[in-house]
Design a protein around this ligand. Structure first.
Ligand SMILES: Cc1cc2nc3c(=O)[nH]c(=O)nc-3n(C[C@H](O)[C@H](O)[C@H](O)COP(=O)(O)OP(=O)(O)OC[C@H]3O[C@@H](n4cnc5c(N)ncnc54)[C@H](O)[C@@H]3O)c2cc1C
Length: 387
């Protein structure tokens, strides 16, 4: 029998499983109940170097590929945790790595790798424009050696647990550019300097224990040297990072799906009703079996996306399809698991309702399912752009 693809990285899996065993279900349940940040877990993960997997060795990281990084994210969720608390560090760093100057990389990457600095946040989404990113209204105007930022963002995650944020803002008015994707730029914002000095933060209480916020910029000054790459090319830089983001989140969904499938199968074998295990009923078996099939298929697409990404080959289609399939598979596995547990699925102590809420997010963020479908329709099938 061919080994399932996940066994390819058994050494990483073993190490992650060992680390995660110190943060069992009770830990995540308490953090969720208190709406706390899983500080101890994120510190341990950083301390062991796992969050620096994608940072090249020359800058203090371990220089691993996306496949290995995706296994790290998968294992966190597969062991009952929530990688969403810290996944931003994996892919936000990529923007700096690909487009930052040598001085910026030398200044920041080693500190990010060691855990001295956290780059957990990326500020793109705005309340009035949503998915239509190029229409965003936040502006950064150059004045001498600084940019002055005004505007508003929404749903910006992990601000209160990050030192730095990547910010996308318009530097040339939309009327003065040929294409609406031009004239946007990205900046590295030092959150400690910014908060209270032009940036205010309002937390959004939400369905998941996911620290996310509204941001208000009122003449926030950013040193001009914090511009990343060339002025006006920020939208392209953000797009460049999306394949890694999509693939890593696909892996998290796959981790969730395996967790749900394992829990559902175990309970279906053990729970006896009408004098037989509930798992003996096909009505109970089939949704779990279906989830197993769908997750296995999504997993293949995730590894295909990783393979292409790590070979520096185009992988937009595969990364998007992996995210689509994995988010769908994890959500269906969540439903099957909840249904298998009957009423007990709703009890917090079983952790299913928590993971159910957590995995639901990935149908919407960081990209909604519809936008993936429209990407495939337009870019793969050559259908007319619908918006
Ligand atoms: C918990 C959480 C954390 C987040 N963290 C971050 C973060 O750290 N940084 C950040 O920048 N953003 C973040 N986001 C924002 C997230 O990326 C957006 O919510 C997401 O991209 C959708 O944007 P929107 O909410 O404005 O929805 P809208 O753009 O208003 O869309 C609403 C619905 O309409 C659909 N829709 C819109 N236009 C079309 C179309 N043309 N065709 C078909 N369907 C369409 C969408 O698919 C969606 O289902 C986060 C969101 C959440 C909920």
């Amino acid at each position: 029998m061919n080994l399932p693809a996940e066994d390819r990285y058994q050494d990483i899996r073993d190490a992650l499983r060992d680390l995660c065993s110190h943060y069992p279900d009770e830990y995540w349940r308490e953090v969720d109940g208190a709406r706390d940040y899983p500080e101890a877990f994120v510190d341990a993960l950083t301390g062991a170097g796992w969050l620096a997997a994608l940072i090249p060795q020359a800058y203090g990281g371990s220089g691993l590929g996306l496949a290995e990084a995706s296994v790290i994210m998968e294992e966190i969720n597969r062991n009952g945790g929530n990688a969403g608390a810290c996944h931003g560090q994996m892919y936000n760093m990529g923007t700096l790595l690909r487009h930052g100057s040598e001085a910026q990389k030398r200044d920041y990457l080693p500190k990010i790798a060691s855990g001295e600095l956290r780059l957990q946040s990326m500020g793109v989404t705005e309340p009035t424009t949503g998915t239509d990113t190029t229409q965003l209204k936040t502006v950064a105007v150059k004045r001498g050696d600084r940019y002055v930022v005004n505007g508003q963002k929404v749903w910006i995650s992990r601000i209160q647990h990050s030192d730095l944020m990547i910010l996308l803002a318009r530097t040339t008015p939309a009327e003065q550019v040929k294409r609406k994707s031009e004239g946007l730029s990205i900046f590295l914002v030092d959150l400690h300097e910014a908060i209270g000095q032009g940036l205010s933060v309002r937390p959004i209480l939400n369905m998941v224990n996911h620290e996310t916020n509204e941001l208000f910029f009122d003449n926030l000054e950013i040193p001009a040297e914090n511009l990343i790459g060339e002025e006006g090319r920020g939208f392209k830089y953000i797009l460049d990072g999306l394949n890694a983001e999509r693939t890593l989140i696909a892996a998290e969904c796959i981790g969730d799906a395996w967790w749900f499938i394992n829990r559902a199968a175990r309970y279906a074998r053990e729970r006896v009703v009408f004098d037989r295990p509930i798992g003996q009923n096909q009505g109970v078996q089939f949704p779990i079996a279906e989830s197993y099939i769908e997750t296995s298929a999504a997993n293949l697409m995730r590894y295909r996306a990783c393979e292409l990404f790590d070979a520096h080959a185009p992988c937009g289609a595969e990364a998007n399809m992996a995210k689509y399939l994995a988010a769908k598979a994890s959500w269906e596995a969540a439903n099957a698991c909840l249904q298998t547990h009957g009423g007990f699925g709703f009890a917090c102590e079983y952790d299913i309702e928590r993971k159910f809420r957590e995995t639901r997010l990935y149908q919407v963020a960081p990209i909604s399912t519809n936008l993936i479908l429209s990407y495939v329709a337009e870019h793969i099938l050559g259908l007319p752009r619908s918006f």
